[in-house]
Design a binder for this molecule. Structure first.
Ligand code: ADP
Length: 489
């Protein structure tokens, strides 16, 4: 199949979050399965550093009543995959992707991504490619499925369109007067199409116009149908329920595997798990934590309400009383940063924290901690619990989204499962799960068997891309009613 991915960020060219990781890994993984894959993103300043090559083509892209130019750059990424970049310096050659230096949204974000979405389809026409699948991601490319079924319908007649929601909290909502910029008539400004409580929602455009809608885990695909998780989109999603699927993200084991991790002092595989202890010693020393053999729990997180930081702060005293030590790496919300600094002062020797973004330290925490804590309010997929499993660092998680799908409660009698889960978003709920984890930790031979069991889980991209491949195939042949759902959701 010829598969085109369209998205606003792609590792290693641009990144603000997990979307970039997906678009950095999924295209190559699909290409390895024999497909011809193209990934299209804007040419931001960060992407120019990678020296993509300017192509001999240029595009004229309608934006409202103007036609704006776009240059096209490209770079091969693996044997059967190519990255294309849409260049318009006025719109994209900026340091931030969506926000300025002060964290304020750019005022022209609607223009920027309406332009980009339309440019993706103009590019296909210019390259004379009729893709089997156009797969777009998040609100920034929500108009791609809309254009495929309206303005560009004739050219893309047989093309299947797939739209993935990576986090429904971000909906690309703009005032209604931006409607003419889209080139779609006012007849599409109704509740069946782009209109969302008097405004335009580009995320909604993606949901209503695509053939299939996916999210990044099966549990999250069910959660977003409810008012608690749907952020107001649950009603719209309900209308698409038969075409809504959850496919778990994968892990890049080239980066995240303890046996060949160059960022940790003592690499270890299944046959040398003892070396994990040496990483723990390094980590303890780095944070001045006592080295009495008490279980060490790690956290690496954006400091945002979504991540459940409040209940950790509330419970930290009781965690320490339970015999746990905590090391936390995070950045984000200033008030959380201050509160974290405050608790490290109060529990010196038991709690350590680093405020900032530090990839090397993230690897050391995965390697050196005994357990990993993710008490998220919601978590579309989550990556760190999957990294933790590979590092033999037993996850303790809230049973939501991808956390629920990747972590199974440990049963000490039958020795099944790979971690500890709680449902209640409360300090008490979390502490109960932590108590079970500490009890298991104190039974050393059992804990070692659990550690090894965790390390044997496989969440590689191969599995995820197989899921997408089956989905594409099912929608191309319209056979999705007979089997896709039962196997992959
Ligand atoms: P989200 O995209 O919601 O932040 P994910 O779990 O999907 O959550 O991905 C977060 C990624 O960012 C993980 O790879 C995690 O290790 C990394 N990360 C988050 N905060 C930090 C930090 N302060 N330093 C280093 N890496 C971080």
């Amino acid at each position: 199949m010829i598969v085109v991915h369209a998205g606003s960020e792609v590792v290693p060219f641009s990144k603000t979050g997990g979307l970039a990781d997906v678009l950095g890994a999924l295209p190559s993984s699909l290409a390895k399965r024999g497909h011809e894959v193209i990934v299209v993103s804007p040419l931001y300043r960060s992407a120019t550093d990678k020296k993509p090559v300017k192509q001999q083509i240029s595009l004229g892209v309608r934006l409202g009543d103007r036609t704006l130019p776009a240059d096209v750059y490209s770079l091969r990424i693996g044997e059967h995959a190519t990255a294309y970049f849409i260049a318009n310096d006025a719109l994209f050659l900026r340091d931030g992707l969506y926000v300025d230096r002060n964290g304020v949204d750019y005022g022209d974000n609607s223009s920027r991504f309406i332009f980009f979405s339309r440019a993706v389809l103009e590019l296909m026409e210019k390259l004379d490619i009729v893709p089997d699948v156009v797969h777009s991601h998040d609100w920034q490319t929500g108009l791609v499925p809309a254009y495929l079924r309206t303005l560009y319908r004739d050219y893309f007649k047989g093309t299947v369109s797939v739209f993935t929601i990576h986090n429904i909290g971000y909906q690309g909502t703009f005032w209604h007067l931006d409607m003419p910029l889209t080139g779609l008539g006012w007849e599409y400004f109704t509740k069946d199409y782009l209109e969302f409580y008097g405004k335009i929602s580009l995320l909604k455009a993606g949901i209503v116009f695509s053939d299939a809608v996916t999210t990044v885990s099966p549990t999250y695909s069910r959660e977003i149908l409810t008012p608690e998780f749907g952020y107001g989109m649950e009603g719209v999603l309900k209308t698409r329920e038969p075409d809504l699927f959850g496919i778990l993200n994968g892990v890049d084991y080239g980066q995240w595997a303890p046996e060949h991790d160059r960022l940790i002092p003592h690499p270890y595989g299944m046959d040398a798990v003892d070396l994990k202890q040496d990483n723990k010693i390094t980590l303890n020393k780095m944070f001045g934590l006592d080295d009495s053999g008490a279980p060490l729990i790690g956290m690496i997180t954006r400091l945002a309400q979504q991540k459940g930081i409040d209940i950790v702060i509330e419970a930290v005293g009781r965690m320490v009383a339970m015999g746990l030590k905590l090391v936390l790496l995070g950045s984000g919300d200033k008030t959380y940063e201050d509160r974290i600094k405050d608790i490290t002062g109060r529990y010196r020797g038991r709690v350590g924290a680093r405020i900032g973004f530090d990839n090397s330290l993230a690897h050391l925490i995965e390697a050196g901690a005994d357990m990993f804590l993710m008490p998220s309010l919601y978590e579309p997929c989550g990556l760190n619990q999957m990294y933790s499993l590979r590092y033999g660092t037993v996850p303790v998680v809230r049973a939501t989204g991808g956390l629920n799908d990747t972590v199974a409660e440990y049963d000490p009698t039958r020795e099944t499962g790979n971690g500890f889960k709680f449902r209640d978003q409360s300090a008490d709920g979390m502490l109960l799960a932590l108590k079970r984890a500490v009890d298991a930790y104190n039974d050393r031979p059992r804990w070692q068997r659990l550690t090894r069991a965790c390390m044997s889980y496989d969440f590689s991209w191969d599995r995820s891309s197989e899921g997408y491949e089956l989905l594409y195939g099912a929608y191309r042949t319209k056979s999705y009613l007979h089997g896709y759902r039962s196997k992959h959701t």
